[in-house]
Write a protein that binds this ligand. Structure first.
Ligand SMILES: [Zn+2]
Length: 381
């Protein structure tokens, strides 16, 4: 995909989510007169403006792609085909081959300049990559993750496991790592699309990078100089980052993008702990059977067990997963949701409350899981 099409695509996706976000906010605000500015539309507009400037998309001095919320809403009152047809041929042509080139519009403008999303936009937002994103608090981050997962799911089972395991062990790569480590170079050659989507390249000229001692990711710095990481837990565990690891990084450094850092690398920490416990007890699990429907599958005392390691703030996400899974006939003897040891008993109770088959499905902390496996192991010896 050319840069132009890629940025256009990103801007369109953000527009779809932003138009939805804005309409929901407008409905919820009731009689309050405050004007809601959608952060997602703002990002979409930034991308459209970037395209106008980079590719000189102006018609008699006026930008062709929208640069304000009002202009954007007005543009999408027309069919997306008309929206694309305004562009010069060289830019229009590649877009006519995309899903964006449609006869339908995304919004209808009503009285007093209000608008509502059309069924076509709502259908679009029902596509897999948007479904979770539109409900999420951080919609753009969720969209990026869904797109990444989609890319990952195109790989076969072995490739899937290879990639996921690589990302869980590679929070960042320095130029020096690349020179010294052949397997890193091989990974990039074998999966260029994944590498590009998972890492962003930064240039630290002879800089010292600060690494989180709890999770191993590179710490980010706020304007006031305070440090932060992908989870509050990192700050708690390191006493507000009073102790950090420093790494010399000359030249380029490739860092996991935020969505991959949060949803694959960071959640992988818990998976690694579970794996350690299993291996110690002599159990050799299958990793990510059926590409992440579960994290581990193994035979234990003649029974078929599966485990899902879940590190999420809100127990609701696990409850929803359980409700969904219980609708199917689960072909396992035991299904365990393992959560971090710092989750309290209220959290565990909340999850277990929704379970119908309590003999089969159970949520427990990593500490309880470790204890349970150890006890069984001791008994069997
Ligand atoms: Zn961290």
């Amino acid at each position: 995909m050319s840069d132009f099409v890629k940025i256009f695509n990103d801007a369109m996706e953000l527009s779809c989510l932003g138009l939805y976000e804005k309409q929901v906010a407008e409905v919820n605000k009731g009689d309050q007169m405050e004007y809601f500015r959608s952060p997602l539309l703002k990002k979409a507009l930034d991308k459209f403006s970037l395209l106008n400037l980079t590719y000189n998309l102006f018609n008699q001095g006026e930008p062709i792609l929208p640069t304000s919320e009002t202009a954007l809403i007005k543009s999408f009152n027309f069919s997306t085909k008309q929206f694309i047809n305004r562009l010069p041929d060289a830019y229009r042509k590649p877009l006519t081959k995309t899903d964006w080139y449609m006869d339908e519009s995304y919004v209808n403008i009503g009285l007093e300049n209000t608008y509502h999303c059309t069924p076509e936009l709502l259908d679009k937002l029902n596509e897999r990559i948007f479904r979770k994103a539109k409900k999420a608090k951080y919609k753009e981050l969720e969209l990026q993750s869904q797109k990444f997962i989609e890319l990952l799911f195109e790989k076969n089972q072995d490739e899937y496991c290879e990639i996921r395991s690589f990302l869980q062990h590679t929070p960042y790569i320095t130029s020096k790592h690349f020179i010294e480590n052949e397997s890193l170079r091989n990974f990039r050659t074998k999966y260029p699309d994944i590498f590009e989507a998972a890492f962003e390249r930064l240039n630290y000229q002879y800089a010292m990078i600060k690494v989180c001692k709890h999770c191993g990711l590179i710490l980010k710095e706020r304007i006031d100089g305070t440090l932060y990481c992908v989870s509050d837990r990192c700050s708690r565990k390191t006493n507000g980052f009073s102790d950090i690891k420093k790494v010399n990084a000359e030249g380029d450094i490739w860092v996991l993008r935020l969505n991959v850092a949060r949803y694959i690398y960071y959640s992988g920490l818990l998976e690694k702990e579970v794996k350690k416990i299993l291996l110690k007890a002599g159990i050799k699990p299958t990793l990510w059977p059926k590409k992440d429907e579960w994290d581990f599958e193994f035979n234990f005392k003649g029974e078929k067990w599966v485990i899902d390691a879940k590190d999420v703030k809100d127990p609701r996400w696990i409850q929803e997963d359980i409700k969904l899974k219980e609708k199917e006939n689960l072909p396992y003897d035991k299904v365990i949701y393992v959560v971090p040891s710092d989750k309290n008993s209220n959290y565990i109770r909340a999850v277990n409350r929704v379970v119908k088959d309590k003999m089969k499905i159970q949520c427990m902390t990593l500490a309880s899981f470790k204890k349970m496996i150890k006890e069984w192991k001791d008994e069997s010896e």
